[in-house]
Design a protein around this ligand. Structure first.
Ligand SMILES: [Fe+2]
Length: 178
């Protein structure tokens, strides 16, 4: 049976782990966490602090701090480095966005740590809501840009040999989301 994807056509027997599908899958899982965090931040903004809503934020923070950190490293180390040889500007823009996102995330992480360690002060709840909303907005936009612009661009520009190298490198890495 023929497949539309020219990259996978030569591996009909084994299940193929397309690197873009893997990255898009990780984005999809992240978007689910971001949606829960957005709902929780809106709830706290309207109703005041709730432990249940706070827990949703804390779970998203843990996911981003572990899975998305490894995800970003993977993109930079294996994908952006290959793209650099074709269009150095585009991957550099995305690396810069990663840096900015981690700065915004650090603020949210600090607020969550303060709350967990009982260092509450007058503006903690406002900081929690605002820093959670900032991460939801910026990380959501970043993911959309990668899914809709960067990955399609990369698929076009990578040679077959580069694509195979990317796939082989990423296949050796642990699965981050199932
Ligand atoms: Fe990404």
């Amino acid at each position: 049976m023929e497949t539309e994807n020219r990259h996978t056509a030569q591996y009909p027997v084994q299940p193929v782990h397309d690197p873009f599908e893997i990255l898009i899958g990780e984005h999809g899982e992240c978007l689910k966490y971001l949606q829960r965090m957005e709902n929780a931040a809106n709830y706290i903004k309207s109703n005041g602090f709730s432990f249940e809503a706070y827990s949703q934020i804390a779970e998203t923070v843990r996911f981003v701090d572990t899975v998305m950190r490894q995800h970003d490293e993977k993109e930079e180390k294996y994908l952006f480095s290959l793209m650099d040889q074709h269009v150095p500007g585009a991957p550099q823009v995305m690396r810069n966005e990663h840096r900015e996102l981690w700065i915004a995330f650090r603020q949210l992480l600090k607020t969550v740590e303060d709350i967990e360690e009982g260092r509450l002060h007058g503006t903690s709840i406002v900081e929690l809501v605002e820093s959670a909303q900032a991460v939801v907005e910026h990380l959501g936009e970043h993911i959309a840009k990668e899914n809709e612009i960067v990955f399609p661009m990369a698929k076009q520009m990578l040679t077959k040999e580069e694509y195979n190298r990317l796939r082989e490198s990423m296949e050796k890495l642990p699965i981050l989301v199932s």
